[in-house]
Structures are given as C-alpha cells and as structure tokens.
Design a protein around this ligand. Structure first.
Ligand SMILES: Nc1ncnc2c1ncn2[C@@H]1O[C@H](COP(=O)(O)OP(=O)(O)OP(=O)(O)O)[C@@H](O)[C@H]1O
Ligand SMILES: [Mg+2]
Length: 249
C-alpha cells in the first residue's frame, strides 16, 4: 500500500474515564475509501472522536502523513489536514448554504470544489440551510468538512435517516473524494453500500478490531458480517428462514 495518509497504532480511547476503544491499529490510504463497520455501541464514533481529538487518546500513536497528532488540540488536527463529518451533525439552519460553508473555512478554503461536487448546493447558495431537504443538508455538512481541502476525511454515518436513493448519491461523492486523492474513512450502517465503494475494511467489536482486510471479502456475506459484529457461531439455515418469515409478516 502507498504510505498511509492516516496511521493508527495500538490506539486506546476513553469515554468519561471508561476505556471504550482498545489497541486499534489501522491505516487509511490516500485516494481510497477505508470502511469501518460494527454493531451499535462497538466504539466506532469513540474511535473517530479519538482521531479528531474530541475524546482522550490514552495509548498508542496517530500519524497524519508524517506528523504525530495524538496530542494536538482538535483545531490543530484540522489544520494539519483532518476533516471530520460527525455523526448526527446538522447545519446552522438560519444561515445560508454559503454562510454554513464559510464558517467552516480556515484560511485558504475552496468553496468551488464543494459546489462542483454538489451542484445542488451551488443552485441554493443564498437559501437558508433550514429549508434544504435532508439529503441536501447532509451535503452541506459534508461540504463543511471539505472547504479546507483536507488530506483525510472521517465520515461517521452520513446516511442516518436518509432515503436509499439519496444515500447512493452521497456514496458516489464519497468515491469522488477518493478520486481526488483524499483518504476517506467511512463509517456506515448500510454495510454493503460502504463495501461497494471501499477498498479495505475494519470491523470493530467491543472496542477492538475483529477484522481487517479487503472489502471484497465481506461484500454480500451477511453471515460473516453478523458473526463479526456479534461474535458466536454463524447464522444457521433455520435462523435465516426465521428471519425471512419475520420480514414477510
Ligand atoms: N459520553 C459517553 N459517556 C459514557 N459512555 C459513552 C459515551 N459515549 C459513548 N459511550 C459508550 O461507549 C460505547 C461505544 O459508543 P460509540 O458511540 O463509540 O459506538 P458506535 O459504534 O459509534 O455506535 P453507533 O453505531 O450506535 O453510533 C457504548 O457502550 C456507549 O454507551
Ligand atoms: Mg456512532
């Protein structure tokens, strides 16, 4: 793999003094989407908060390019080239689309790239963000992480509450970000959509990595994903039939 844009080694992150993430080692390559999967509560957001500096990193190292960032304040990590699309983050509803993007800008930003990625926003620059559709609001949230031309972008569940068609559209943009050379780290509840756009995947369970390997090896393999998410034996044929019967009701 090319030199990783983001490299974690043995990272532990606490939440309210409780260790939640332990001993995570992970690489994200430039120009690729690295997918992080795991059940609710597995520690995905805690890990992202640790990388971004919003939760304390208790052990290990985090390198952004050739810099160690694990001790830097969040704004310094952002300046060093880290963008973060936080889970459940929303727009400033009474500000216009353009104002939303401008407040995120640090020094030299580039709104042109954002408008090119999202022509929907280009047409609505002067509209208050509160009037946008859910998908367009998520574009603003994504756009805010991009105006400072980051080298690495962490995206935590951007699909929450959005229609599948909109999610697919946003996934296309995620692929375009990688095409621009950005290292994208993508957390996604729709595992197969993420595995389609991603190169390498990591699965977290109880705060630790239980899988690290090609996305292709997990794509479409519901049984394996289930076992990785929850542990224990794989689903049996009877489990599957029961699931099918439930979904038919
Ligand atoms: N502020 C907090 N104080 C105490 N415990 C917390 C806090 N935030 C999260 N936790 C706990 O840390 C664990 C991991 O939570 P985290 O939000 O990182 O999981 P996640 O994988 O992002 O889940 P989800 O898929 O639901 O977003 C959970 O057990 C959660 O209850
Ligand atoms: Mg989360």
């Amino acid at each position: 793999m090319a030199t990783p844009a983001l490299a974690l080694e043995g990272v532990g992150v606490n939440r309210a003094d409780i260790p939640v993430v332990h001993d995570v080692s992970l690489d994200a390559a430039p120009g690729a989407v690295t997918v992080i999967l795991g059940a609710n509560g597995a520690g995905k957001t805690t890990l992202m908060d640790g990388i971004a500096g919003l939760a304390p990193v208790k052990s290990g190292t985090i390198r952004l390019g050739d810099r160690s960032i694990e001790k830097l304040a969040p704004y310094k990590r952002a300046r060093a080239g880290l963008g973060y699309v936080e889970q459940a983050r929303t727009t400033f509803r009474t500000l216009t689309v353009e104002q939303n993007l401008l407040v995120a800008q640090q020094g030299e930003g580039d709104l042109g790239t954002v408008y090119k990625l999202f022509p929907e926003l280009d047409k609505r620059r002067t509209l208050q963000a509160g009037y946008l559709s859910g998908g367009e609001q998520q574009m603003v949230v994504l756009g805010r992480a991009l105006v400072s031309a980051p080298k690495v972008v962490l995206i935590d569940e951007m699909s929450l509450g959005l229609a599948p068609l909109v999610v697919r559209r946003l996934m296309t943009t995620v692929g375009e970000l990688a095409g621009m050379g950005i290292a994208v780290v993508l957390i996604e509840q729709f595992a197969n959509l993420a595995l389609d756009v991603g190169t390498r995947a990591y699965v977290l369970r109880k705060g630790g990595v239980v899988y690290s390997g090609p996305c292709a090896d997990l794509r479409g393999d519901e049984e394996r994903l289930h076992r990785l998410y929850f542990g224990g034996p794989p689903l049996t044929a009877a489990d599957r039939d029961a699931g099918a019967a439930e979904s038919e009701q």
